[in-house]
Design a protein around this ligand. Structure first.
Ligand SMILES: *Cc1c(COP(=O)(O)O)cnc(C)c1O
Length: 347
């Protein structure tokens, strides 16, 4: 068995109804714009094929991936003409591949525009950089003849700090509006999840939520609108009793003050349950909250099950993974909490 085949001791409990409800909420909050979906990086680690199928069923039409290979994974599930490849054609081969599957590249540079034209061209999207200084055309590039010659569906830009109230949001909005006046296009798009909460000026024709589809809450306005989607679960492999003074795990980072019942849970930092949860995280079994004891190791985390006397070897427990709270507690971003969960989880 290859090492990255899921093992049955770990699973991701995924609430597909919550995912669909989150898309509907974001679509509603997008006002007159429609919501698409960012499904790059295997839908933030959730599993891209099931995510696209569920979102398409909810009514989502536009999907955003990073690479041509990621578009290829889903182009049988949806109209391939509504899949946007955010990194654009990185090579000539990329351009040919995107064209052959009937998806759209997001053109980020003049060179990419020429590459797309040389591969035969066709409808594409354009990313204009309005202040994030990451990927995308400059405002000056918009008047380049290679850009003017494109058949542009979505003219998009990406917000750098939509999760904060800073003046950059407004200046990016103004530049995006200027870009809309400069280059012909069918639809305009600016907002990611957080940007949706900035109000209708930011909505254009299409929004591009990712994080909040999967349960992330980047701004307070989205609290109460977004449901938790994933819960990492793992099996208890062994239960033991320890006494006063006994140390647990590597370097005995936890020492028992008295008798306690502890369990070895089949999840560790190799699965994305990072060492920041050592002596800090919690697992749950029904109503019981089970504190992590000592250092998280590669494949095993020890928890205190003194409060849950019925727990046995083979029972499953859930990591506390509500994204805003887990992010606060760990210092990891909500994005990282989603994307770092490893391949051993059955999805
Ligand atoms: C990832 C991504 C999104 C989605 O952003 P979230 O913050 O996850 O909602 C939207 N647009 C672009 C260009 C992206 O790269």
């Amino acid at each position: 068995m290859p090492p990255d085949t899921p093992v049955s001791a770990l699973s991701l409990d995924i609430d597909w109804h919550a995912l669909q409800a989150n898309w509907r909420a974001l679509d509603r909050l997008s006002g007159e714009a429609r919501a698409g979906a960012a499904v790059k990086a295997n839908a933030y680690g959730i599993g891209v094929r099931k995510t696209v199928a569920a979102l398409a069923e909810a009514g989502c039409r536009d999907f955003f991936v990073a690479y041509a290979s990621e578009a290829d994974e889903i182009c049988d599930l949806t109209d391939s003409a509504s899949i946007s490849v955010l990194h654009g054609p990185l090579t000539d081969e990329d351009a040919r591949q995107i064209r052959a599957m009937g998806a759209k590249p997001v053109v980020n540079s003049v060179l990419q525009a020429q590459r797309w034209r040389d591969a035969g061209g066709g409808p594409c999207d354009v990313m204009v950089d309005t202040g994030i200084n990451r990927l995308g055309l400059t405002m000056e590039d918009l008047s380049h003849e290679a850009i003017r010659a494109l058949d542009v569906d979505i003219l998009m830009s990406h917000l750098a700090s939509a999760d904060e109230d800073v003046s950059l949001n407004r200046s990016q909005l103004e530049r995006w509006n200027a870009a809309r006046a400069q280059l012909q296009h069918r639809r305009a798009s600016l907002a990611n999840s957080a940007g949706i909460a900035l109000g209708k000026q930011y909505h254009g024709d299409l929004t591009r939520p990712g994080l909040s589809l999967y349960g992330g809450v980047p701004r307070v306005e989205l609290e109460g609108e977004i449901r938790q989607v994933i819960i990492p679960q793992a099996a208890i492999m062994q239960v033991r009793e320890i006494g006063e003074g006994d140390g647990i795990g590597y370097n005995s980072m936890f020492r028992a003050a008295g008798p306690m019942r502890i369990a070895a849970v089949a999840m560790g930092y190799a699965d994305g349950y990072l060492r920041c949860w050592s002596n800090a995280g919690f697992f749950c079994a029904g109503e019981h909250r089970l504190p992590v004891l000592g250092r998280v190791s590669m494949d095993i985390t020890m928890v205190d099950i003194s409060s849950a006397p019925d727990l046995r070897e083979g029972d499953r427990v859930s990591a506390e993974w509500a994204l805003p709270a887990a992010s606060e507690a760990s210092g990891l971003s909500q994005y990282e909490l989603l994307t770092l969960l490893g391949r051993r989880f059955a999805r």
